[in-house]
Design a binder for this molecule. Structure first.
Ligand SMILES: [Mg+2]
Length: 164
């Protein structure tokens, strides 16, 4: 439940060939520390280009963020993406809304995010594919450090390739 199907350093490393090989036709995208750093209004380098590449290849996309509307809406609009804010990951409700919005089944969907306890757990719980990216920037709050500590333990036991 806590293991991603695949791990990459940056979202831009995810290829069309990989998605096709897994039958994935839609992406559910986290924002903070996945598409850019926390609360940064500007997408990280290469992200807009990567999104265009996905679009050109018929991959549907939607943003699912636990952050609030005023953070999520302007960022999604810059990138021309639909979005769901206050998504309550890891609960399945947000994932179901994404599937309905994209008109795809869970088997055709992949969550991409930087957190095991919201993005990966939520995707596995819901039943879609999951890709974990490395957080772009380390967080400073005690709560995040606590979560990252447990993530490191889980990733120690995670072996790339066994599930991918
Ligand atoms: Mg995040």
């Amino acid at each position: 439940m806590l293991f991603p199907k695949k791990r990459v350093r940056r979202v831009t490393e995810i290829s069309i060939d990989y998605l096709r090989s897994k039958g994935i036709r839609g992406l559910i995208l986290d924002i903070d520390n996945t598409l850019t750093t926390h609360d940064n209004p500007i997408p990280s380098e290469g992200v807009a280009h990567w999104l265009d590449l996905m679009r050109e290849n018929g991959i549907k996309m939607i943003v699912l963020s636990n952050n609030h509307g005023p953070r999520v809406e302007p960022f999604a609009k810059i990138l021309g993406l639909d979005y769901i804010a206050e998504g309550k990951k890891p609960l399945s409700s947000g994932f179901k809304r994404c599937a309905a919005a994209l008109d795809l089944s869970k088997e055709q969907l992949c969550i991409i995010g930087d957190q095991i306890f919201t993005d990966v757990l939520g995707g596995n719980w819901y039943g879609c594919h999951s890709i974990l990216v490395e957080p772009i920037q380390p967080e400073s709050t005690a709560f995040f450090k606590f979560k990252r500590f447990w993530e490191r333990i889980i990733l120690f036991f995670y072996k790339e390739g066994e599930r991918g």
